[in-house]
Design a protein around this ligand. Structure first.
Ligand code: ADP
Length: 249
C-alpha cells in the first residue's frame, strides 16, 4: 500500500460502533510469580468526535492503556479495533502504518527533534508516510497555522517556549488528519499559562469534531473533556459525562 495520500478518518467510523472499540482487554507483564496484571478486562467504546479523558492514580494502568490505544503494544488478550482496523491481526509493519495514518501523538515531553525547525518537525509524519516535499510543506504550514505558530515555522525547539514546543507537537499530530489524537499528560511539563493555551487548542479541536483521548491525572484538565473514564488497578471504575457530545450534522 502506498501512502502518498494520507487518508482522512474512515467515513463510517463511529456511526454504529465506536471509532475505538476495546473488548475484554487484558495486559500482563512478566511470568509466574513476577507476573503483573496491568489491565484486567477493559471494555471501552469511543465515538467519533468524542473528547475523552482517562484518569487514574499512578500504577493504575494508564500508560499500559495508552500504549495499546496508540498501537505501540498489543494486548495479551481481548480485541481492539481502531477505525475498523482489528489491531490484533496486524503485524509490526501494519501497526506502524496504522500509527502513522490513524493516530496523532502528543507527549508530555513534546518529543520534537532538536535540530529540526518547527516546520520540519511538523512534516515528519508526512515524510514517513511518503508524501512529496511541496505537499508536505503546504500541509505542515497549514497545521502550524492551526496552532497559531506560522511565525515560528523556522525556529528550532530550543528557540521556543515549552508551550510553543507543545503547539508544534500538536501541529505534528494534526498534519496527517488522523482518526485519533492521543495525548499523554500533554500539559504535565507546562506552566499554567501554557497549560491554558494548550487546553484551549484541544477545546478547539474537539469543537471541530476531532476524536481526542487524553491521559491525565489533573482534574482541571479532565474537566475540559466530554467524558471522563477513571481506571484503578487495571479496571474501569467510573465513566462519566461532563457534557453531551453535540452531533456534528
Ligand atoms: P500508570 O501509567 O497508571 O502509572 P502503568 O500502566 O505504567 O500505570 O502500570 C500499571 C502496572 O503495570 C504497574 O503495576 C506497573 O508497575 C506495571 N508495569 C507497567 N509496565 C511494566 C513493564 N514493562 N514490566 C512490568 N510491569 C510493568
Amino acid at each position: 500500500m502506498t501512502n502518498n495520500e494520507v487518508l482522512p478518518a474512515s467515513p463510517d467510523a463511529g456511526n454504529s460502533t465506536g471509532v475505538l472499540e476495546l473488548r475484554g482487554i487484558h495486559q500482563s507483564y512478566g511470568t509466574g510469580d513476577a507476573q503483573v496484571h496491568a489491565l484486567r478486562g477493559i471494555d471501552l467504546s469511543v465515538a467519533a468526535g468524542e473528547y475523552l479523558a482517562i484518569m487514574g492514580p499512578s500504577g493504575s494502568g494508564k500508560s499500559t492503556l495508552m500504549n495499546l490505544l496508540g498501537c505501540l503494544d498489543v494486548a495479551s488478550s481481548g480485541t481492539y479495533s481502531l477505525a475498523g482496523n482489528d489491531v490484533n491481526d496486524l503485524d509490526e509493519k501494519q501497526l506502524a502504518q496504522v500509527r502513522n495514518r490513524e493516530i496523532g501523538f502528543i507527549f508530555q515531553s513534546f518529543n520534537l527533534v532538536p535540530r529540526m525547525t518547527a516546520l520540519q518537525n511538523t512534516e515528519l509524519p508526512l515524510a514517513y508516510g511518503g508524501v512529496k516535499y511541496a505537499e508536505r510543506k503546504r500541509r505542515a504550514l497549514e497545521a502550524l497555522a492551526m496552532v497559531n505558530l506560522s511565525h515560528r515555522a523556522d525556529h528550532q525547539p530550543q528557540q521556543l517556549s515549552g508551550g510553543q514546543q507543545q503547539r508544534v507537537a500538536i501541529a505534528r499530530a494534526l498534519v496527517t488528519n488522523p482518526t485519533l489524537i492521543l495525548a499523554d499528560e500533554p500539559t504535565g511539563n507546562l506552566d499554567s499559562e501554557s497549560t491554558h493555551e494548550i487546553l484551549a487548542i484541544l477545546d478547539q479541536l474537539a469543537a471541530e469534531g476531532r476524536t481526542i483521548v487524553i491521559i491525565t491525572h489533573e482534574e482541571m484538565v479532565a474537566e475540559r473533556a466530554h467524558r471522563v473514564v477513571t481506571i484503578s488497578d487495571g479496571l474501569i471504575i467510573s465513566d462519566r459525562l461532563n457534557r453531551d457530545l453535540v452531533p456534528m450534522n
